[in-house]
Design a protein. Structure first.
Length: 488
């Protein structure tokens, strides 16, 4: 019997799991994929929003501002790459300038401070801040506290720290049924049935399906797809801040932004789709993304494009976060779209308050876990070390002197370390998300065979059994070398 089962190991499920690890509870996280953070959490803009955009009085507004404030400490504790580079929402005409004024007032109502958090920037100062900004720009709303984060690393770090503090994680466990009997829920997957007092629904675009297994009131989550371009690192100076278009009814619009690793993102589009697994990209949509990006900058170095991708956002008709308890012992987190990433630490606190209330009905109090350690063992990041520091590390372990990814300059030592952590990589994509081989210009063309070989050796598995991501994503189908020898 578990005290809590969390369904879904994206940034929300992982944040809640880590928060619950601070208490003496038996907590289990069930994830349908082969790794954590494989859905919305790994296909988004990676922005920690300031908090001026959500309408005052909404949960989005409350939790965005609080979550933003919490991000520095969370990322420091977990050794996650996070930079407060600031954002600029750019107006190119008088109508958009009026909208900026409204957004500025939103920010003040949401608790942001003029000068400290947000301020209006005139045309001349804007050009000093961003030399490559469009010549049509007349004004911008500058959010100093906005940031960029490594979203893949964040989810892994949250779950790793939760596991290190006693939380259980089970992958490849898609929930197919939930039944309630007396004071317990029985959560059924294809492999097993688990008993728990409280269920926490963090299933993202599938959270309506989980709700509808339990609750009389049916919910609907509409998947909204966003398509992006990724630009490679390049030596010349380009964009310093996250640049936003003035938002519309479809969302915050297309952005141009640096990433924590020196790449650039352009996107996203924003269109409803019918299928909850539709992650395709198409030429016309991506062309429109570029057209919209030219509202922000006059030059886009398309020769550096190395990838296109798409992600799905969980839209609820309330257009707000829905965090509630519709049935005893069942807690929903619905419609956690942007600014869900920025709000995630605060969302976790909100969810734990609901969990605490539900557990009290079983006469269970939240007792602090006295051995809770908020820190994660730091990652090895050779790119951030001096030559002397690298040399010292290589002398201790020669594996850090062997490069397996030339584009991102990732060593064998870093790959091996990410495999053997408590929330370690088990797939090629899992390694990619943790230490970046495959994220560079060749997109894994050179390093993927090496990563497969390392996974096989470190996990003691047949290379044929190493997958790219989920169970059916085979890379190798047969041992051709063995067959060629037999033919001879």
């Amino acid at each position: 019997m578990y005290d809590i089962i969390i369904i879904g190991a994206g940034v929300i499920g992982a944040s809640i799991a880590r928060e619950l690890a601070k208490y003496e509870l038996k907590t289990l996280v069930l994830e349908k994929n082969s790794d954590v953070g494989d859905e919305t959490s790994s296909a988004n803009s990676a922005i920690v929003h300031s908090g001026y955009d959500p309408h005052p009085g909404t949960l989005k507004a409350e939790l965005n501002v609080l979550g933003n404030e919490m991000f520095t400490k969370v990322c420091e504790d977990l050794d996650v790459e996070f930079k407060r580079i600031g954002s600029l929402t750019v107006a190119t005409n008088l109508e958009e300038a009026d909208t900026l004024t409204k957004l500025y007032q939103n920010g003040l109502e949401n608790g942001l401070e003029n000068g400290r958090d947000i301020e209006m920037v005139c045309q001349s100062k804007l050009r000093e801040m961003e030399p490559f900004i469009t010549k049509k720009a007349i004004k911008a709303l500058y959010a100093k506290n906005a940031g960029i984060v490594n979203p893949f690393e964040l989810v892994v770090a949250l779950m790793e720290n939760a596991i290190d503090n006693g939380v259980e994680l089970k992958l490849n466990e898609e929930v197919i049924a939930i039944r309630r009997k007396e004071d317990s829920y029985y959560v059924k997957t294809a492999n097993k049935e688990y008993q728990t007092r409280v269920v926490v629904n963090c299933a993202g675009v599938h959270s309506d399906l989980i709700n509808n297994l339990v609750c009389e009131k049916k919910e609907e989550i509409k998947p909204r797809k966003g398509e992006y371009y990724v630009l490679d690192h390049f030596p010349s100076e380009y964009i310093r801040h996250t640049l936003f278009s003035v938002p519309s009814s479809k969302g915050k619009g297309v952005l141009v932004s640096p990433t924590t690793h020196g790449n650039y993102l352009i996107g996203p589009s924003s269109e409803f789709v019918s299928a909850k697994d539709d992650k395709a990209t198409d030429t016309l949509t991506l062309k429109e993304v570029i057209n919209q990006a030219y509202r922000l900058v006059d030059n886009i170095p398309m020769q550096y494009v190395i990838r296109q991708f798409s992600g799905l956002r969980a839209y609820h008709d309330s257009n707000d976060f829905v965090i509630n308890c519709p049935e005893r012992g069942f807690i929903n987190l619905l419609g956690i779209q942007s600014p869900g990433l920025a709000s995630s630490p605060a969302i976790a606190l909100k969810a734990v308050e609901l969990i605490k209330n539900e557990l009290s009905k079983f006469d269970i109090s939240l007792i602090e876990n006295q051995s809770f350690n908020p820190k994660r063992r730091p990652l090895y990041r050779l790119n951030n070390l001096t030559i002397e520091e690298r040399q010292a590390l290589i002398e201790k372990d020669p594996r850090f002197g062997k490069m397996v990814c030339r584009c991102e300059k990732v060593s064998l030592g870093e790959v091996v370390d990410c495999i053997h952590r408590s929330c370690g990589a088990r797939t090629v994509k899992g390694v990619k998300k943790r230490v970046r081989p495959g994220f560079g210009k060749c997109q894994g063309g050179f390093c993927e065979p090496l990563i497969l070989k390392i996974l096989s050796e470190e996990l003691g598995k047949n290379p044929l059994d190493i997958k790219y991501a989920n169970p059916n994503s085979y890379i190798l189908l047969e041992d051709s070398y063995k067959e060629s020898k037999e033919e001879k």
